[in-house]
Structure formats: structure tokens, C-alpha cells
Unconditional design. Structure first.
Lengths: 209, 209, 209, 209
DNA sequence: AAATAACCGAGACGGTACGTCATGTCTTGTA
DNA sequence: TACAAGACATGACGTACCGTCTCGGTTATTT
């Protein structure tokens, strides 16, 4: 599902323990909750998972890669249920996103790996593939659904459409993350409704402008 | 200017070197550029600054506090020049903000200390005091100026006004940071204009709604 | 041979390097010669031995324990060859003892660890077990041999015999150490002959008194 | 009385505090008792003495010199009261010497500075001048007194006399120190009487041989 | 069934950085 | 000029983690 270090599976030999992966990722999340990213050590994760350090290093290249995978799993539950209107869809996905960000393992891990990714291109690609792109798909899916409903016009220029989707994605994800992690204020229904109204008004007014 | 760890001075004894502070903060920024946050070591910063490690620990409690102060200084240059219209003011401040975020010492340091602040309340307060609140003031200043110009109505309910300012701040700061650091795309004039139009349309439409 | 800090081995895991011990002790003696006890650093010893500092601390609790073991090995060569008479035996062992004390690694280390042992009971026991008791055995062996030769009478009271042996040991070891390290004069054959005559005359006269 | 770092007493300016010297030496002895030589720090001594570190360094070159002076003062009380016979004189001085060595500040300090002196010629001279030579004078004084009493013959060869005195000094001081510090057994009247008998028998028998 | 090959736990290994401590020097203000 | 106070550069301390390695042993597949 989420990409690993590699798949050097030869032919013979004892296969890797299937349960070890899950135990390691769970232990990583538990450690993130308790000690945070900077004090998380791979030796401690291995001990928590009941696994040798070598087993861990055989599967992941280092702390960053491990944490990305551990955090990415949290975003698996993100989806876009049809709530009947674009506004309701946005509010729903914002609240889902915020619920994930409220979990301490997500808070600790996500920002840290993003920070690390600034100096590590491979890590940035890994984050993009396993976390960011999946979120962006929701934006595209929501727009398509809104266009089907007639809430949004069909876009003729595909490049402009892409740019707009990127903008909307940065606005939604950025505002929610900033509210949750920097301002450290709750993303509750009140805030979500205000934010959604601001965004939708901006979108429709811009579209007609 | 920005708060330090230690109490200022009791009496007696050799006073702390005034030049050391500046040298250390500059060395910290240089190290952030070259090696990034996670590989930055205080011993290396001390060497770069031509200062003993103890001198550094006498002034800052640790890596996080030091980096906050080093990065905070970058935001000293943020201001809100009057460009004649709310749209121009927003565009101006967004581009200024983006220019700071484009500097590698800001990129490396900012996200990392925000990530650390999740498990460290004192650090969060330090970030808020020396970075976040100063940014938020620009939002308040811009709104006041727009109200003087008649571009925005006076708000009667002060609490609602505060909530709206918070929302706008999270949207602006969040979107710019997300674009610059997560999406890793340039915050150029095109993007800034699109974003500003979206925001202003959302604001005015919401206000009349 | 001489006792170490750690318990030998539980099970599992990579075994401790056998060569590392010898390399560390040799490096310790080399460092004692070059820089003396007070300027000897464990980091330097590790470097000289081509070993990590952690490897050193895994085996010894600190500088004192390490130096005791390093110096104790020097006394392994002390023995009591049969030279035909009590006088010749004493002269032989005194010269052997003095030859060891003349080596700079012994000079530097021995007095220092004895000084440290005054505030460290465990260290005192370690010194006693690995250095002092072995020397005292030579006294007992020499007396037994002299009694076989008829040079000394058999002692009837075992407790008095033990007290006398302790006295002789303190006189021999004390005089040689004081001459070599405090007075800093050579323990040559002249001195050794004079000392042995004094001691033997004292012994035989005392025994008949 | 005991030599200091130097006597750079210029003409003008505030004179050195006379009480500071005594306070520092007393604080040094107190620290020796509590923490031993290796953990004694000059900063701690200064604090105990209610004195600034600079004041301490103005008077002594370092830890070793300070400890020598602090310990040397303990030996000021050593003297050779006339007890009527050589045996009684020796027993008396041995017990006096042992009483000083039983004090923890002497134990901790004396051996340590002797150990240091092996790599520091200036320190050896200082120890010799302020401690060792004074002890050796007692041997010479005791011999002269015994010769006056007719217990020992007058020596014709002055060089041989000097060698014998050195030997006796090393035997007495060495045996007592070894018994007290290495064997860590009490130097009580029983031991002292046995030792004195051994020594005197050896001396008189050797002299007639 | 035996051989092979990759897995597993445990833990020692060479490194690097940590944050603290002591050294001996210096720079203040006060006496 | 001495003094108390305390900041300073230097360098060792003992600890923690890193990522690698070497053990003895354990499953699987492949002969």
C-alpha cells in the first residue's frame, strides 16, 4: 500500500514477518504521541514493537521514512462522502481532516517530516506520493461532483483549471493546518462554516468576475 | 527586542558580550542554510560564531529556542506599506511574506520549530510572541486601513471582528506557507493575484451575505 | 585473570571483542608514560587503542578502574626465584619490585590510584585483590622457604606469624616505594644490600630477643 | 612560613587580605575531607572560603600547589620530644606521624600530590621543601640525640652516615605510610612497638657487623 | 530429508553530538 | 591595587543514539 524502502524479495529464504510491519508502525505512532518526533529513537520503537533494530532497518532507511509511513496510514480514512452540496462536502472533508490533525501522532509527525523534506528531495517525493496527492484528489473529486450538480461551471482551459485546483488545495489544507498547528485553536463546526462560506463566496464570485 | 531565556543582569561581574548574541544568531542562520535543522549542532554554531559552547548555553536553553530567535529576526522586516487599496496591500504583504519563506534559513527552521512546539508549551509561547503575533498585527492593521478607505465596513460586534481576523490570518498565512513549503511551488505574482482575488471576493461577498 | 567490571555474558548478541581489552590496557600504559595520570583522558586512550569511547566505558567504570587493571598487569612478572638464601631472595625481589616501579607507567598510575582509593572502597578492594595481595604472597613464600632452609624458626602462634608477615610486608614495600617515588632516589644494588642487611638483622635479632 | 607562588608585593595599592590565606587553606582541607583530591575544585574552595576565584589564583598557581601548602601545615606539629631513649623517641615520632596520616585531609592530599609530583619537578621540590625535608630532620635529630646518649656510635665517614640516615628515613616513613594508606590498617602502639624493635635491632646489629 | 538462504533476537561495535563541569583568564564595579 | 562577581574560551566528561556488524537460531523454499 504505502511504498517501502524497496522490494528485494529474492526467491528462497525465510519471508519477512508480516506482523512486524504493523507492530512497528503502531509502535512508531505510540512513540510519537508520548515523546514527539525529535526525541523518538529507532531503538525505542524497536523495543516497543518487540523487534530487533536490524529488523527495522531492513524495512526502512531511517527515522523520516518510518514516520512518513506511520503518519500516512492515518490519512487512509480521508474520503469525500456525498453530502448533497459543495458546501456540505467541503465542511465534511475539512472536519475529517481536522479530526486527523487533532491526533497527537499526526501533529508531531507531520510537521516534522515536512520540515525535514525541505533538505531531502526523496523524502519530499515520499510525502507527496503518500499524503499530499491523496488529499489533492479530494479537491478534484469535489469539484467534479459540484460541476455535475451544476454548482460550478465546467472549465474550458484545463491548465487554468489545474491552477485553480492547486490554489484551492493550498487554501484549504493551509488554513486548516495553520489553524490547528500554528494558531493551536480548534477547528470546530463554527470555524469550518465560516471558512467554507469565505471560500465558496470567493470561488463563485471569482468565477463570475 | 525578542525575549531571551535568562534574566537580564543582577549586578557585579563581567557583563555578557553584546556582540556574541548577534554572531550566534547569524551563525545559526548560516548553519540552517547549509545543513538544515536536523543536522544543525550547537557545537557547530558555536564554532561558526567564534564562541564557546558554554556561552551559547548560557543564553539559550537549547536548539529550539535558539532557532526561534534566529528565524524570528527574519520577520522583523515584515511591514505593511500603504499601496492605496486593500487588494494591493494584501498582495504586497503576501509577496513580502513569501520572500522571507523562500530563504532557506526560514524554510529549514520555521517548520521544525513549529513541529517541536507541539510537545513544548514554552516553545509555542515563544513562537507566538516573536513570530505569529507580529504577523497577525498586519492583518489588523490592514483591516483598519481598509475601513478608513471605506473598502470594508466597520464591525459592530468586536468578538465577531476578532474571529474574522483570526480566520483571515489563518487563511493567508496557511495558504502561503502551504504553497511555499508543502506544495513547494513558487509564490509569484500570478499566484498572489489569484489568491488575493479569491480572498477579497470571499470577504466582501460574505460581508454582504 | 584480573577481575573486570562487568558480568561476563548473558546469552545472544555479538560477543565482546577479545582484542579490544588488550589494546585498551596497552594504550592506557602508553598514555600513562606520555602524559601521566592526571592528564590522561579516556577519550585519548580510546583513540590510541583504535576503539570507541563507548567500548571502553562498557568494560570499565572509569579512569581509576582502568588504570588499576593496566598497572596490575605490570606486577604479573613479580615472582620469587630461589636464590639459595633468604638474603639473596629478598634482594632479588626488592630489585624486581624496584624495576617495575622504575617504569613511568607504574610510577604515574600506582600512587594516583592509591590516593583515589582513600575515598573509594570498591577501588581499594580492587587494588588489594589485583596488586597488594599478590605482593604479600611473596613474603609468605619467602618465609616458608627460609624456614625450610632453617634460616628462620618455625612460628608456633599463627596469629603472631601473620602479624609479623604484615609488618615485614609493610616495611619492604613501604621502604622501596618511598625510596623510589617520594625520595626519588634509585633503588640500586648498594641500597638494596644495605636495606636487606638492616631487615634481616632486625628479624633475626628480634626473633632471638 | 611555607613558600608561596611568589612575593610580587609592589608598593602602592590595596594590600592582600591576611585572613584570606588562612580561610583558603582551611577550606581546602575541608574540601579534601569531604570530596577527596580528584573531585576537589578550586571554584568550590573559593566559595567555601568566601573568596573570589581570582583571589585564589593570585596566590597559588593551581590545585597541586594549594594542596601541598594545605597539607604541609598539618606536618607543622611534628616534633621530636626527648623521651629518654632512642626507642621511645622513635615510637613517639611514629605515632605522631601516624596520627597526622589518620586525618582524612592528609590521606587524600598527600598521596595525590606525590603522584602528581612524578611528572612535575617543581611540585616535587615544593613537597620536598615543605614536607619531606622536615621529616628527615627528625631522623638526624634523633640520631644526634642517641649518639649523645651513647646509644649509637659516632660515625666517622660523613657520606656513609648520610646514606644510612636516608635509608632509615625511607624505612620509617615508607613503612608507616604503607601501613596506613595501602594496607589501611591502624598504626597503633602494638604495631609501633614491633616496628621499632625490628628497626633498632637491625640498626644496632648492622652497626656492629 | 537435506541444503540453502534470508530471516529473526540480541547486543557489541565505531562514531558523533549531547549538555554539564572545571580550568585558568578576562572584565566589570566597588572599596 | 585588591577584591567579589561572573562571563569567557577551552576541553574532558559520561551518556545517548546512530547505523552497522556479528553472533546463535529460526523458518521457508528448493533440491
Amino acid at each position: 500500500m504505502h511504498s517501502r524502502t524497496s522490494a528485494p524479495r529474492a526467491t528462497g529464504g525465510r519471508p519477512r514477518s508480516a506482523t512486524a510491519d504493523a507492530a512497528i508502525l503502531a509502535a512508531t505512532r505510540a512513540a510519537l504521541v508520548e515523546v514527539g518526533w525529535s526525541k523518538l529513537t529507532l531503538g525505542d520503537v524497536a523495543t516497543r514493537a518487540g523487534v530487533a533494530k536490524t529488523t527495522l532497518y531492513r524495512r526502512w532507511a531511517g527515522k523520516n521514512e518510518l514516520v512518513v509511513d506511520a503518519v500516512a496510514a492515518l490519512f487512509d480514512e480521508l474520503e469525500l462522502p456525498d453530502r448533497g452540496s459543495l458546501a456540505a462536502d467541503i465542511e465534511g472533508v475539512v472536519l475529517q481532516f481536522a479530526a486527523i490533525l487533532a491526533r497527537p501522532e499526526a501533529k508531531s509527525g507531520l510537521m516534522a517530516v515536512v520540515a525535514e523534506s525541505i533538505h531531502d528531495d526523496a523524502l519530499r517525493d515520499r510525502i507527496r506520493a503518500s499524503i499530499v496527492e491523496r488529499q489533492k484528489l479530494l479537491v478534484l473529486e469535489g469539484r467534479a461532483r459540484a460541476q455535475q450538480r451544476g454548482e460550478l461551471p465546467e472549465e474550458s482551459d484545463p491548465e487554468a483549471a489545474s491552477r485553480t485546483a492547486d490554489l484551492i488545495f493550498d487554501v484549504i489544507a493551509g488554513a486548516v493546518v495553520h489553524r490547528a498547528l500554528v494558531s493551536a485553536e480548534p477547528v470546530d463546526t463554527d470555524w469550518t462554516r465560516s471558512f467554507t462560506r469565505l471560500l465558496l463566496n470567493g470561488l463563485t464570485a471569482s468565477a463570475t468576475a
